[in-house]
Design a binder for this molecule. Structure first.
Ligand SMILES: [Zn+2]
Ligand SMILES: [Zn+2]
Length: 346
């Protein structure tokens, strides 16, 4: 089959002779429709931050944000039928380790990942457990399906925030995860302020229902937020930018007693004045990937129209053009896209 294969840091190739996968018991064979490329794919391609290749793994097909059509059932599969359209729940947790048994599967020690530890969706075919293929409702298109993954990251962040109906919330960073987070917060009953330096992103945030937008390049956000939120700042701030200083901004801008959730991972060390955070009884919470059940919530939110991912699809390119028109375009410093879908459709 044809596939986009990562052989090592900075070594990605389009190949036409990759061995077709076969479904093991409990798995299904998927004919892939589309996968979207995100910044994590670019990081893994360029720098191998998870140490996949230093641990002797690879070559590996990328594509962790993916959808497909069931083409064959492995032994014992009864939950799906050939022809079902599905989104791939990409984080495969063990259910047995200390953290899984505590109900915190996003911390699983034996986690596997479609497109990282295991071959992913940037191929004609893939295999994955049937229990982790979420059947798509009619109202979710093949194009929207891969965006369930960043939406699941947003669902987890919002669950971590403990937001309540009527709360004031702010989202730092209005890329794909940020704009999904904005909408999930709204679905949870919050009024959301969007913060970003890109005016196009803020325009989309407004279209999606943000009550206000702030551009740190043009205004002092720290002064503006209290004015927009009863005088004290947002109850919840969710940081999705991963830029230098933005995690600290989240902690600083949250009201006393509020909660800052950090989703984006920056590489620079950042220093915090702990006394200000502690005396303000603020919580700083990390959020990584998603917990069991949150991927399905993401699909449901897209299906119901509460989360609109259509404005986040910038480009659709065929599998054979995925490297030049997908990966290489995303690498450009002037990156002008949200998500690029790669695949041959369904
Ligand atoms: Zn991603
Ligand atoms: Zn586990």
């Amino acid at each position: 089959m044809k596939a986009i294969v990562l052989h090592g840091p900075n070594d990605i190739r389009y190949e036409s002779g990759f061995k077709d996968p076969e479904p093991a018991p409990g798995e299904v064979l998927l004919q892939m429709t589309y996968s979207s490329i995100c910044q994590t794919d670019i990081e893994v391609w360029q720098r191998d931050p998870f140490g996949m290749f230093t641990r002797g793994r690879g070559p590996r097909i990328q594509g962790h944000e993916a959808g497909g059509i069931v083409a064959e059932l492995g032994e014992g599969v009864s939950s799906l039928r050939v022809g079902d359209r599905v989104a791939v729940e990409n984080v495969r947790t063990c259910g047995l380790c200390f953290f899984c048994r505590k109900g915190t599967a996003s911390l699983c020690e034996n986690g596997r990942n479609f497109g990282f530890t295991d071959d992913g969706g940037l191929a004609e075919l893939a295999v994955w457990p049937a229990s982790m293929c979420i059947k798509l409702p009619e109202s979710v298109s093949n194009e929207e399906a891969p965006l369930s993954e960043p939406t699941s990251v947003a669902v987890h962040a919002v669950m971590q925030s403990g937001v309540h109906v009527g709360d004031h919330a702010a989202v730092i960073g209005c890329g794909v995860v940020g704009l999904a987070t904005l909408q999930v917060l709204q679905a949870a009953g919050a009024q959301v302020i969007a913060i970003d330096t890109r005016s196009e992103s803020l325009q989309i945030a407004t279209d999606m229902g943000a009550v206000a937008t702030l551009n740190p390049a043009e205004t002092r956000v720290a002064d503006q937020l209290p004015e927009l939120t009863n005088g004290y700042g947002p109850d919840v701030v969710i940081e999705t930018a991963g830029a230098t200083g933005t995690a600290l901004n989240a902690a600083e801008w949250t009201r006393p007693g509020g909660r800052a959730v950090i989703v984006g991972f920056g590489h620079e060390p950042q220093e915090i004045v702990l006394s200000r955070t502690v005396s303000g009884e603020k919580s700083i919470v990390g959020s990584s990937a998603a917990n069991v059940g949150e991927y399905r919530k993401a699909v449901d939110l897209i299906a119901s129209g509460k989360v609109n991912v259509k404005p986040l699809i910038s480009e659709i390119v065929s599998l054979d053009r995925g490297i030049p028109d997908g990966f290489e375009r995303m690498l450009k410093p002037t990156k002008d896209v949200f998500r690029i879908l790669v695949g041959n459709g369904g």
